[in-house]
Write a protein that binds this ligand. Structure first.
Ligand SMILES: N[C@@H](CCC(=O)N[C@@H](CS)C(=O)NCC(=O)O)C(=O)O
Length: 213
């Protein structure tokens, strides 16, 4: 299996953490997103979106981090991160909710508060104000849920936690105000403590992005 990734990406972090945590033997192929390497003709053949992560296993080519995470769990026969039965429906509920709602605001903050610093462009404050309204609407829901639950789908971490936690990876640079939500902040630390691969991939992401500024 070949896994194309950039360790500075929160989307790739989700897959990298699963591969490391489950000890799956993949060929790690580093792609430089800032050098536009995900848009070469070869990479666009694998993923026409020009995005990472991408996984290739024989004839199967997968993009979308969530699809790849599920594939890796199935391949490894894992039922901890990807539990069976009713629990799986709660995991997929939070995974879809993360993609459709909770994760939507973070890229706006990243682009306006970090990428503009690298390019010298002026931040678009109207865009950030809209992202903030959306963020606050959905963060309050996750925060209330985590007041009653250790992890998104119960007492142990699952793929849903990786999908929900990924946007917090860029918090030191994007300044999304997740720290107004104490249960979210506590859960994020709990996830890193429960899954060392989550903490390790976060440290590597920070190390490499801090080199840019
Ligand atoms: N929905 C996709 C998002 C992937 C994504 O946005 N990847 C970013 C890095 S975090 C990327 O490759 N951006 C490069 C580009 O758009 O050119 C997933 O979950 O895999």
């Amino acid at each position: 299996m070949r896994y194309y990734f950039d360790s500075r990406s929160g989307s790739c972090r989700r897959v990298s953490a699963v591969a490391k945590h489950l000890g799956i033997d993949v060929e790690w192929v580093s792609v430089d997103l800032l050098a536009q390497e995900s848009h070469t003709p070869e990479m666009l053949k694998l993923n026409p979106n020009g995005k990472l992560p991408v996984l290739v296993d024989g004839d199967l080519v997968l993009w979308e981090a969530a699809a790849i995470m599920i594939y890796l769990c199935d391949k490894a026969g894992d039922t901890t991160l990807w539990p069976e039965g009713e629990a799986r429906h709660h995991v997929t509920k939070w995974m879809f909710w993360a993609a459709e709602h909770f994760r939507q605001s973070a890229p706006v903050y990243f682009e306006e508060n970090f990428v503009t610093k690298l390019t010298g462009a002026a931040p678009d404050t109207t865009r950030v104000a809209y992202a903030e309204a959306e963020l606050r609407r959905f963060a309050a829901i996750l925060d209330a849920h985590l007041a009653e639950n250790q992890f998104a789908a119960g007492d142990a971490p699952t793929l849903a936690d990786f999908d929900l936690a990924a946007p917090l990876s860029q918090m030191p640079r994007s300044f999304v105000p997740y720290d107004d939500y104490p249960n979210i902040m506590d859960w994020y630390l709990r996830l890193g403590a429960a899954i060392p691969a989550w903490a390790e991939t976060g440290a590597e992401l920070d190390r490499r992005l801090n080199q840019l500024v």
